[in-house]
Design a protein around this ligand. Structure first.
Ligand code: FES
Ligand code: ZN
Length: 324
């Protein structure tokens, strides 16, 4: 252990993303057991009665990842406070820091730039400080270390990540380009930011930043309406009465869907792949079923369920018919 004097606790948030979240949770549990790090699991659907998948019923259906980011940040903060932790550590590395920095810089979002610091003091006493212990470590070195220590590098792919632009991806290419000419480039860029630009930004940000208490959850927010972004998003979900995406069998589906004609589709027979089939092809194949409620079944439950999520985002009323 690199920091024997620190008491570490793993925090995992199960976001209730059908099939995917369970896989990720198993992986996290295994890793924590291996490293003998105690783990705290927060199960979002059990604790709060909604899941990240529920965003497919809202206007955030094309931006599930960004809504998820807001919920996760909120939960880490709330859970850390509840557990009376001193700090939350995240795995952001040097490449993350620099690419986000460039991205924000060219968007002119100087306000968010200040929040990129490796140690982020809490906005109010209700929060816990955030630290990024890998802030000065390039991604490449983390990868070498992980290979050396036999740590799995890839987690199962999140079904909502399809087609999502990774912010700052083009800036990573930019960093690689400059590093070829100057091997010190990454460190120099970071040092200029932290030593020169950051202090100036911090001074102005202090003047501008006003923090309120969210009227619903009590967490700090900069919104003058005093409702934080997490609460605004969660409210949208709770305004939807019927948030069903799966049925155990046909009878159950028929009982629930009374206002529409039902069509049962076999995903394998149609030869559709949840991630790789283009939207165009999907619209073409599914055109005859438009306006109907689609019950999807397939050999692989996870794959079929991810397909349901995809179709929901495209405006189809689709459900997963469990049991194939
Ligand atoms: Fe949040 Fe994929 S992990 S949307
Ligand atoms: Zn709130």
């Amino acid at each position: 252990q690199a920091f024997p004097e620190i008491n570490l606790l793993g925090i995992h948030i199960n976001l209730g993303i059908g099939y995917h979240s369970e896989q990720v949770e198993d992986m996290v549990k295994e890793l924590c057991e291996r490293w003998k790090v105690p783990l705290f699991v927060y199960n979002l659907p059990e604790e709060e009665g909604f899941s990240i998948d529920d965003f497919v019923f809202t206007q955030f259906k094309h931006k599930v990842c960004s809504a998820c980011g807001v919920i996760k940040r909120y939960l880490f903060s709330v859970v850390a406070k509840r557990l009376e932790l001193d700090a939350i550590a995240t795995g952001h590395h040097l490449d993350d820091a620099l690419s986000t920095m460039l991205n924000l810089f060219f968007q002119g979002d100087f306000h968010s730039l200040v929040r990129l610091s490796p140690v982020l003091p809490p906005l109010s006493e209700k929060q816990v400080k955030k630290v990024k212990p890998l802030f000065y470590t390039p991604e490449r070195e983390i990868i070498y270390y992980a290979i050396f220590k036999d740590i799995p590098l890839e987690s199962p792919r999140c079904p909502h990540a399809e087609g999502v632009n990774i912010p700052g991806k083009k800036y990573r290419e930019f960093l690689d380009f400059w590093e070829e000419k100057n091997p010190q480039f990454r460190y120099q860029a970071l040092s200029v930011f932290l030593k020169k630009l950051f202090p100036i930004l911090k001074k102005t940000a202090k003047r501008e930043e006003e923090v309120f208490e969210c009227k619903k959850c009590g967490e700090p927010t900069s919104s003058p309406q005093k409702i934080c972004s997490r609460c605004r998003r969660v409210e949208l979900i709770f305004n939807i009465k019927n948030r069903v995406l799966e049925f155990s069998n046909e009878e159950e589906a028929k009982k629930m869907i009374t206002d529409k004609e039902i069509e049962i589709l076999d995903v394998d027979a149609l030869g559709l792949e949840p991630f790789s089939t283009s939207r165009r092809r999907l619209f073409k194949v599914l055109r005859p079923f438009r306006g109907k409620a689609l019950l999807l079944r397939g050999k692989d439950p996870a794959k079929t369920y991810y397909f349901v999520l995809k179709l929901r985002k495209l405006g189809f009323q689709a459900y997963h018919l469990k049991g194939g």
